[in-house]
Structures are given as structure tokens and as C-alpha cells.
Design a protein around this ligand. Structure first.
Ligand code: HEM
Length: 437
């Protein structure tokens, strides 16, 4: 077997206009994969990392639960959310935590909230008809509002909602920084102030709930079932759990919708077909799943494929591993490019084109779809995101017409395999009903 140092190295391009860009932004994963195959080394943050990519890499990486050490690679979550935060846990404690969080995130428990989520989104949109919004902000605010009316019930003022959003959006970019840069990033006074606000808000909320105030939400189910855990959580453990319900992942969901909506603008015929499919849509429509909405389902799959919001996962080998004939010793830093498959033309024909109908015509390998990651750490919020996205889109298409200021160009960024679009800005207007002929 070949050693780690024999893995071919991709020398990052250092372009003349690289000022302000990170090494990863300059780095072309697709070129590296095409030239070097499923495994290659790169220099990232001044350190040596092994990249694994392609269908084989997804199967291999997600194949064995205890292969990876997340405590090391997701330390930013620990820094900000504390040592009991799920993302940076490993092995049996991580599995126990996932089990404990299940009452908050299981499909059966989220699905019962579908009508209430729909009402909250619809009201949020209706109240803002005629106002100019960045679509990203509109989606993120409406989803946070919907969470505060469903999975974690709380009277969230618009100011508090915006502070939560600013915190989430400021928090996540710090995760991928080096130890030194991350420490400086999270020590910024504006970040500390936002964190203090979010944690104090949730502390008060959790304390009142533990003191007996009941709500019909997913958090209540988690509290009611806490006796099944090996130990009852203390307040410092409940706070990040409440955060998961109210806020986590809304940025990723909103970004996916924002980008997807931009792509949809280039497909007016498909948009019209979606509008027709959604004619009879009501708040209860998705209670029995999405089988009655094949075009909407296909559109969302294509949005997930073409804009995977978290396409690269840093991991660390927890045990000695082997991949493609190379040794990967314990402690090796590995970048899993789990969404590179989305842009391989031997899997998806014309991969950089937004073609929702491809999902109706054909099935694709499950392990080629890396949007939510895989194995034991697969996105905890996947069920919530996959309820939020159709509800937002169905509401938008069924009940409103969209007046966009401009259509920004779509750039396909193959560094991460992620197309990026500038933000969409526009207005929601009431839908003009079809006139009888
Ligand atoms: C379109 C929206 C979203 C995308 C693309 C996304 C993507 C991801 C990805 C790629 C991972 C890493 C999985 C792995 O390690 O293999 C992840 C983990 C996670 N996501 Fe999401 N996510 C989204 C929405 C959400 C939402 C709404 C929540 C709400 C709670 C959420 C909470 C989490 C958590 C807590 C983890 C860590 C799970 C663990 O380590 O056990 N995500 N997500």
C-alpha cells in the first residue's frame, strides 16, 4: 500500500488577483479530480489536507460510522455552542445525543406542524406584499418566524428575529477558519454581543419551560421525553438544543431557495407548469407527502443538487484508514468533497444546467447526492429543511407573483462545485387569478 505522502498533490493556483480570497476559493476541485482522481492532497490554511471526491469517496466516507473524528474538525461549534453541541460529538455520546434530539426533528413530529408552518409563511409573505426585499432575507426571516410559531414557540419580536439571524450568519463563516483566525473571529465585540443576546434569550425561554410553561411544540416533546436520556440535561445543554430548533440551518435553506429561484426564472415554461400543479395547494397538501406534486419535488431535488449549501466537509481520520490503495493514518485531515458528484457528467448529464425534469425522467444513485452529508452525522435538520423548502416555494408560486428588480448572472464556481448567484431583490405581489375563458 502507498503512503500518505505518495498521494498526488494539487498545487493550488495562486492568482495575481488573489487578494482577499482564501486558498480554497482559488482552488479548482473539479480540475484536481479530473487530473488526479478520487484522492489528492492540497494545501489548505497552511496545512496538508487529503481531499477525497467522487461516488467512490462518498460510499467510502459514509460507509462506517466511527471512521471520523468530528470533535477536532468541528471545533468552531464547540467554541461557540459548548461541549454538548451535537455537531462536534463522536461515537456513543454522539449517537445518544442524536437519539435525544429525535423528538425535535423526527419527520412524524415535524410533519404535524405542516399546516402551522404554512400559515406562518403565508402570513409573513402576505404582510409584506409590495415591499422590496432581498429574497434571501425574506426567506430567512419567514422561516425563523415559522420556527418560532411551530417547533419552538416563542414571541419573537422583529428585532430579536433579526439579531438571531445576524448571529447565525456571523457564526457559521468562523467554523472553517484555522484555530488562530477562529479565536480572533469569535472574540470580536459585535459577535460576543450577538452571542450574549441569543444565549440570554434562550436561557430565559428554557428556564420558563423547565419551570412548567407548556407549549404545543417540538421542544415540549423533547422536554417531556428527557427522562429517557442517560442523564437529564442542564441549562447549558438545553440552550444549544433550543437554538437548533429555532435557528440552525435556516441560512442554508434560505440560500438554497434563493439560488434555486434564480435558476427557475430562466425556465418560464416549467414555472408555469409548477403553477398549474400547485393550483389546488392548501396548508394541508403536504400532510400526506409530496407524491401529488412531482414537479415541485423534482424542482427541489434539482435546487439541492445545483446549490448544495455545505458542499465540503472537513473531517479527521479517527482510525487508520485506507482509500484507493493509500494509507490515511489516524489524525490525517481529510476534506470530503461530498457534492463534487453533483457536477459529474457521467452521473448528471449537462450538470451545470438547471433541469428539474431530469428527476422525473430518471433515478440517480443515492450516494451521488451529498447536499445533506451522510452516515451518523447526516444533517439533523434535513426533515425540517425538506418541509420548509416546498412550503415556501408552493406559497410563492401559488399565492404570489414575483417582481424581481434584476436577474443577476449565474456563475458556476467549480472550486466547491457550487454555482453562486448574487442576491435576488424584488417584491411579492398578489397572484392574478386565471380569468375563466
Ligand atoms: C438546505 C438546508 C441545509 C443543508 C444544505 C444542510 C447541510 C448539512 C450538511 C452537509 C451537514 C453535514 C453532514 C455530515 O457531516 O455528513 C449538516 C449537518 C447538520 N445540520 Fe444541516 N443543512 C441544512 C439545514 C439544516 C437545518 C434546517 C437544521 C436545523 C436544525 C440543520 C442542522 C444540522 C445539524 C445540527 C448538523 C450536525 C449533525 C450531526 O453532526 O450529527 N441543518 N447539514
Amino acid at each position: 500500500m502507498a503512503t500518505l505522502f505518495e498521494i498526488p498533490h494539487y498545487n493550488s493556483l495562486r492568482l495575481a488577483d488573489s487578494r482577499g480570497k482564501t486558498e480554497m476559493e482559488l482552488f479548482d476541485h473539479m480540475a484536481a479530480y479530473r487530473g488526479l482522481g478520487n484522492i489528492f492532497r492540497v494545501n489548505f490554511r497552511g496545512e496538508d489536507w487529503v481531499c477525497v471526491a467522487g461516488l467512490k469517496a462518498n460510499e467510502w466516507s459514509w460507509g462506517h460510522p466511527d471512521r471520523w473524528n468530528y470533535e477536532f474538525s468541528q471545533r468552531g461549534f464547540r467554541d461557540v455552542m459548548g461541549p454538548t453541541h451535537v455537531t462536534q460529538m463522536d461515537g456513543p455520546p454522539h449517537r445518544a445525543k442524536r437519539k435525544a434530539l429525535k423528538p425535535g426533528f423526527a419527520m412524524s413530529l415535524i410533519a404535524r406542524q405542516i399546516p402551522a408552518i404554512d400559515q406562518a409563511v403565508q402570513k409573513f409573505f402576505s404582510d409584506r406584499v409590495g415591499d422590496t426585499w432581498s429574497m434571501m432575507n425574506l426567506f430567512m426571516e419567514s422561516l425563523t418566524e415559522a420556527n418560532s410559531k411551530t417547533v419552538l414557540v416563542t414571541e419573537l419580536s422583529p428585532e430579536a428575529r433579526r439579531k438571531f439571524i445576524r448571529f447565525e450568519e456571523d457564526f457559521l463563516p468562523g467554523i472553517s477558519k484555522s484555530d488562530e483566525d477562529r479565536a480572533a473571529y469569535y472574540a470580536r465585540p459585535e459577535f460576543l454581543e450577538l452571542r450574549e443576546f441569543v444565549f440570554s434569550y434562550l436561557k430565559e425561554l428554557v428556564e420558563s419551560r423547565l419551570a412548567g410553561q407548556r407549549e404545543e411544540d417540538n421542544f415540549q416533546t423533547m422536554i417531556d421525553q428527557a427522562g429517557d436520556r442517560s442523564r437529564i440535561p442542564d441549562i447549558n445543554e438545553w440552550i444549544p438544543e433550543a437554538y437548533l430548533l429555532l435557528m440552525a440551518g435556516t441560512g442554508n435553506t434560505a440560500r438554497t431557495l434563493n439560488c434555486g429561484l434564480r435558476f427557475l426564472q430562466d425556465e418560464p415554461e416549467w414555472y408555469e407548469q409548477l403553477r398549474i400543479e400547485l393550483t389546488g395547494y392548501t396548508e394541508d397538501s403536504f400532510l400526506s407527502g409530496m407524491n401529488g406534486y412531482p414537479k415541485l419535488k423534482a424542482t427541489l431535488m434539482e435546487m439541492e443538487r445545483i446549490f448544495p449549501a455545505a458542499p465540503v466537509m472537513p473531517k479527521q481520520a479517527a482510525v487508520d484508514l485506507e482509500f484507493e490503495g493509500y494509507e490515511i493514518p489516524t489524525g490525517t485531515n481529510v476534506l470530503h468533497l461530498q457534492c463534487l458528484t453533483h457536477f459529474l457528467d457521467d452521473i448528471y448529464e449537462e450538470p451545470t444546467r438547471f433541469k428539474p425534469w431530469r428527476w422525473i425522467e430518471k433515478d440517480y444513485p443515492k450516494k451521488a447526492h451529498g447536499t445533506f452529508g451522510g452516515s451518523t452525522h447526516i444533517c439533523l435538520g434535513v426533515n425540517l429543511a425538506r418541509i420548509h423548502m416546498p412550503i415556501v416555494l408552493a406559497n410563492l408560486i401559488r399565492n404570489f407573483s414575483l417582481e424581481l428588480e434584476a436577474l443577476p448572472e449565474i456563475f458556476v464556481n467549480l472550486n466547491y462545485g457550487v454555482p453562486q448567484t448574487s442576491e435576488l431583490e424584488g417584491k411579492l405581489m398578489p397572484q392574478v387569478e386565471d380569468q375563466p375563458a
